[in-house]
Design a protein around this ligand. Structure first.
Ligand code: DQA
Length: 143
């Protein structure tokens, strides 16, 4: 199974940005977790991170016909991007949304998710382990 993990703006700053909210684990730790999960679960996992909305849309479009599942943390674009929602709908690849923090217990603007209108599951407030849980969900459901 081929899984694409997409991370939006500022996720590359993990470990530095607001550690009280996002924890002390770094972006490199996240990449290592994805690699370990791929090896343990016998999956092909690719990761893409961008601070640019259009680059994320391009990557979702390019996933068509290549990936069986998408794990996406659109970060701040979660709450604003109809373009990312439409790209997910366009390719129609099963997708799970991940948020490192518990967005429900934060500002009200974080409780709106456009990507979440497409994703079949949302995992929030589980830290980096949320990505592993999302990958396992896709594996269990689609293999
Ligand atoms: C986030 C939550 C978003 O509200 C925020 O803009 C982020 C990260 C999370 O993983 O908790 O950048 O998606």
């Amino acid at each position: 199974m081929n899984i694409l993990v997409i991370n939006g703006p500022n996720i590359n700053m993990l470990g530095i940005r607001e550690p009280v909210i996002y924890g002390k684990q770094t972006f490199a730790d996240l990449l290592a977790l994805l690699e370990t999960t791929a090896q343990e679960e016998g999956l092909h996992i690719e990761q893409f991170q961008s601070n640019h909305e259009g680059a994320i849309v391009d990557t979702i479009q390019a996933a068509y016909g290549k990936f069986d599942g998408i794990v996406i943390n659109p970060a701040a674009y979660t709450h604003t991007s109809v373009a990312i929602l439409d790209a997910l709908k366009a390719v129609s690849i099963p997708a799970v949304e991940v948020h490192i923090s518990d967005v429900d217990s934060r500002e009200t603007f974080r409780q709106i998710s456009y990507a979440g209108l497409y994703c079949e599951k949302t995992i929030k407030g589980q830290g980096l382990d949320g990505y592993r849980q999302a990958i396992l969900y896709l594996k269990q459901k689609y293999t």
